[in-house]
Design a protein. Structure first.
Length: 277
């Protein structure tokens, strides 16, 4: 199975984004808490250059608290401060606002030293599709201004949004590498719906998810939800057994059910990545 997805609007957005980021003072990089490494774009360092960057790990509610603590420690050991958020509910967003304003204060101190007037800090929000960038902006604003939905590719153009007198935000479409070399990462992106459905086959991704659950030793999540044990079955055989049990052998319907149950959190809080040892 090869998973690739790079629609035209993302290619165009990446070209525009690199130009707009030159006007940005601080970058807010948003990642998916379920897969914080797979949702790191390899070009972020190149785009950010010497600008301050805030690392925002969104969807903290979808992973177990002890895994969040492990990631907190891992990022800090790598000299990064992660800001864990649940943009849908607003958890952790105040800390992001404070950190962004602090970056703005430092900016205006430098401007004042040069005899320039203060201005709002310009923050660019970047990340993979469907990691919650628009939901974060709406939460920062306190109202729905930019379109947000639980699927990849909703934001299709760049736009500046005034948050307050202190902050202006650049909302950009999700960007992904033109080619995903690590197919294990691509599988995780597909499972989490952080790439478009046109880039993968639901049945293969659902079977891959079952195999990944077995590898992570969390297959009991499936047993609890569907009352069907995995034992030593492959993902494909489990998908077939579940289809026979629940959906008259309909593999596509079964695959969509599996993926949607995970994406909606109905299987429980699940992390598909843990910090590397």
């Amino acid at each position: 199975m090869t998973i690739q997805w790079y629609p035209g609007h993302i290619a165009k957005a990446e070209r525009t984004l690199t130009e707009q980021l030159k006007r940005v003072d601080v970058v807010l990089e948003v990642r998916d808490a379920r897969i914080p490494l797979a949702t790191h774009h390899p070009k972020v360092s190149q785009w950010v250059s010497q600008k301050p960057r805030l690392l925002i790990i969104n969807r903290q509610d979808m992973i177990p608290p002890h895994i969040q603590q492990q990631w907190q420690q891992w990022f800090e050991e790598h000299q990064e401060i992660p800001y864990f958020t649940n943009a849908q509910q607003g958890d952790g967003v105040d800390a992001v606002v404070r950190a962004t304003k602090q970056a703005g204060e430092q900016l205006n101190q430098k401007r004042q030293q040069r005899g320039m007037l203060p201005r709002p800090v310009r923050a660019g929000v970047i990340g993979f599709p469907n990691v919650g960038k628009s939901a974060l902006i709406n939460r920062l604003l306190g109202r729905r201004v930019v379109e947000s939905a639980r699927r990849a590719g909703v934001t299709r153009k760049l736009q500046w949004v005034r948050i307050s007198k202190q902050i202006e935000l650049l909302d950009a479409p999700g960007v992904i590498p033109s080619r995903i070399e690590n197919q294990q990462d691509a599988l995780k992106l597909a499972i989490c719906e952080d790439i478009g459905e046109a880039g993968y086959d639901n049945q293969r991704v659902a079977a891959g998810m079952v195999d990944l659950f077995q590898h992570l030793q969390i297959h009991d999540k499936l047993t609890d939800r569907y009352s069907l044990a995995i034992a030593s079955e492959t993902g494909e055989s489990y998908l077939q057994a579940l289809a026979d049990q629940r959906f008259q052998g309909d593999l596509e319907r079964t695959a969509r059910q599996l993926l949607n149950d995970f994406r909606k959190g109905l299987l429980g809080a699940i992390a598909l990545e843990i910090p590397p040892s």
